[in-house]
Ligand binder design. Structure first.
Ligand code: GDP
Ligand code: MG
Ligand code: ZN
Length: 297
């Protein structure tokens, strides 16, 4: 039996890379399938070689974490590619991604794309938003000019030696960003209109790429969201700045909604906590609280 890591998944095949840099095209055959486990890109696996460069996966080694959207395992860090415009910046979309990452204990890096398309006043607005996210604190990269060397070098430094994933809405600029990081990748970009015309993603492919000493997964992007698989009472804990403030709320277990003497609400009033984050919190809180129980679990 041989050990390796899944670098790519496509149409039921998994490309497994071994430590000696060989690649095997495999299928899933192991016992794990009975446990309803599907191999994911990023999985460390044990597999059996067959016919030289083919094989089948027998075992999936324990995962550190995994994401549903994009489907990937054992991630340290995620670059949340966020369009400053085209599509319009949405704090709701950004916060949902940040929460999903907090739940999976993956470190987010917020990278703003398309900053070159902003008017000066819009740029100022975004700079304030970026500074507020940096205070939470999140790692935020707002390039002075699109794909400036400074921005790219900061990103390269942050993700070397780690397993990273690039995420974000379709058309946010994920593939373009990766091409700037490593021009030899030559990834296809601008597939958004074709994707929309056909009413589905152009590609379901998820692949790990070697970039500057780190691994990074390009992903197809998404047009909608999965509901967050958490209890509404947990939600505030995934907002680092709420969690910090909550020690000063009058009630232990304060949900920061209707309770009196709530420090989170106080900090929203004083501007220490972003109003948009609090509004997104309330919206998600209500959504999660009102949704029907999931009987599949
Ligand atoms: N002006 C401008 N266009 C960008 C930028 N980043 C991406 N684009 C364009 O936006 C479109 C979608 O980019 P793509 O990388 O395919 O997005 P993906 O779906 O997230 O992989 C393409 O036409 C890119 O050329 C940017 O920073 N500035
Ligand atoms: Mg792409
Ligand atoms: Zn509170």
């Amino acid at each position: 039996m041989t050990k390796g890591k899944i670098y790519q998944s496509l149409a039921g095949f998994y490309d497994v890379h071994t430590a000696d840099d060989k690649v095997y095209r495999t299928r899933a055959r192991g016992n794990f399938r009975k446990r309803k486990i599907t191999p994911l890109v990023g999985d460390d696996v044990e597999f059996q070689i067959e016919d030289g460069d083919k094989g089948y996966i027998l075992e999936i080694l324990p995962r550190k974490n995994s994401l549903v959207r994009p489907p990937i395992a054992n991630i340290d860090q995620a670059i949340v590619t966020t369009a400053a415009t085209q599509p319009e910046f949405s704090s709701n979309l950004l916060d949902r991604q940040l929460i999903a990452l907090e739940i999976s204990q993956i470190q987010p890096i917020i990278y703003f794309t398309k900053t070159d398309l902003l008017s000066e006043s819009k740029r100022q607005e975004l700079a304030t938003i970026a500074a507020d996210y940096a205070k939470i604190p999140y790692e935020v990269i707002l390039p002075d000019s699109a794909f400036s060397d400074e921005a790219l070098n900061r990103l390269r430094k942050l993700f070397s030696k780690k397993e990273n994933v690039i995420m974000g809405q379709t058309g946010a600029g994920k593939s373009t960003l990766l091409n700037h990081l490593a021009p030899n990748l030559d990834l296809k970009t601008g597939e958004i209109s074709a994707a929309l015309n056909r009413g589905k993603h152009t590609t379901r492919r998820v692949a790990l790429l070697n970039v500057n000493d780190g691994l990074i997964a390009d992903t197809p992007g998404f047009s909608s969201y999965d509901t967050l698989d958490i209890d509404f009472r947990e939600l505030a804990g995934y907002f680092p700045e709420f969690k910090r403030a909550s020690s000063k709320c009058r009630f232990r277990g304060c949900m920061h909604v209707n309770e009196p003497d709530c420090e989170v609400k106080r900090q929203v009033e004083s501007g220490q906590i972003m109003k948009s984050r609090y509004e997104n919190y309330l919206q998600l809180y209500t959504d999660i609280k009102n949704r029907k129980p999931n009987y599949k679990k």
